[in-house]
Ligand binder design. Structure first.
Ligand SMILES: Cc1cc2nc3c(=O)[nH]c(=O)nc-3n(C[C@H](O)[C@H](O)[C@H](O)COP(=O)(O)OP(=O)(O)OC[C@H]3O[C@@H](n4cnc5c(N)ncnc54)[C@H](O)[C@@H]3O)c2cc1C
Ligand code: FES
Length: 266
């Protein structure tokens, strides 16, 4: 579903320094029947002065209440403008966009979720969805990496997964990054799912190759259209695209989630 819809803000609040939670209400006819963890939406800054949507991942999807939750870092002008929103305000949204994680592929396995910084929010919906999995043997462990001890979403994640923490300044959990915490706690898994900054994803790709386990990575690229038209978001792939015969994939349509083997991050 790639239509633009006007949503109503249910809740907007700060979780940590520059990290905000935004919950939007939707009508059932405005959303697909299923929202896949790892998918995202294009959120439009108000006022029309900034034309482009800002891609933000789904952090929670509550079909019972008709609510979509996003957690974002107020990084620049667009996302900073979202912090002005209050309950009852309107916001335009494009989507739901992208592919998301393949739950059929993950069911029945021990899944290790690795979220770094603002890569943590999509891991929460993935943990919740895996928790609902009817495949016997599905197990979820999450490692969440932060700058400091402002551990946003940690308690919510603990409802769905065994949680380990890494902090850059060593103020909580393992000092270092998510892979330092994986090594320190000798964590094992059948499959890795990760979202975070590019150097983290590159290291996880190499780690998965070394351990010979599959990994699925959610990539972030700057986006304009969000629907596959402008080619502004292409990532380098290891295989050629059937249609164009080039080593490219559009993160907004073919991604943002890719098998680590399929993307060239070096
Ligand atoms: C599929 C996808 C999912 C995302 N999910 C989230 C999320 O759940 N929470 C969240 O906080 N952010 C997320 N992002 C990043 C978010 O889209 C950018 O931070 C946002 O667009 C920046 O807009 P701005 O106007 O505030 O900042 P700008 O002034 O445009 O830029 C501020 C800083 O952010 C960087 N930036 C801009 N666009 C992107 C981008 N697309 N990806 C990475 N860095 C960018 C710029 O290089 C600059 O350093 C996601 C991006 C993608 C592609
Ligand atoms: S943002 Fe336009 S093709 Fe992806």
């Amino acid at each position: 579903m790639k239509k633009k819809t006007t949503m109503t803000v249910l809740d907007s609040r700060m979780l940590a320094q520059d990290i905000w939670s935004l919950e939007l209400a939707y009508a059932p006819e405005d959303l697909p029947e299923k929202v896949c963890p790892g998918q995202f939406a294009g959120l439009y800054p108000a006022g029309g002065e900034m034309l482009l949507m800002r891609p933000i991942s789904i952090c929670r999807w509550d079909s019972g209440r008709g609510a979509l939750r996003f957690v974002y870092r107020a990084a620049g002008k667009g996302t900073r403008s979202f912090t002005e929103l209050r309950a009852g305000d309107k916001m335009d949204m494009l989507g739901i966009l992208g592919n998301g994680y393949d739950l059929d592929e993950l069911g029945g396995k021990h899944v290790l979720l690795l979220g770094g910084g603002i890569g943590v929010p999509p891991m929460l919906e993935l943990a919740a969805a895996l928790n609902r999995s009817e495949d016997a043997g599905t197990r979820v462990t999450a490692v969440m990496g932060y700058r400091n001890n402002e551990l946003f979403l940690k308690e919510e994640m603990e409802e769905f997964a065994d949680v380990y923490i890494a902090t850059e300044d060593g103020s909580a959990g393992t000092r270092g990054n998510v892979l330092d915490a994986v090594r320190e706690n000798e964590l094992q898994a059948d499959v890795l799912c990760a979202c975070g900054p590019l150097p983290m994803l590159r290291a996880i790709k190499h780690y998965a190759q070394e351990k010979d386990i599959p990994a699925f990575l959610s990539l972030e690229e700057r986006m304009a259209c969000g629907v596959g038209v402008c080619l502004g978001c292409v990532a380098k792939t290891t295989r050629t695209d059937e249609h164009s015969k080039v080593h490219n994939a559009r993160v907004c349509v073919e991604g943002p989630v890719f098998s680590a083997d399929d993307v060239d991050l070096d």
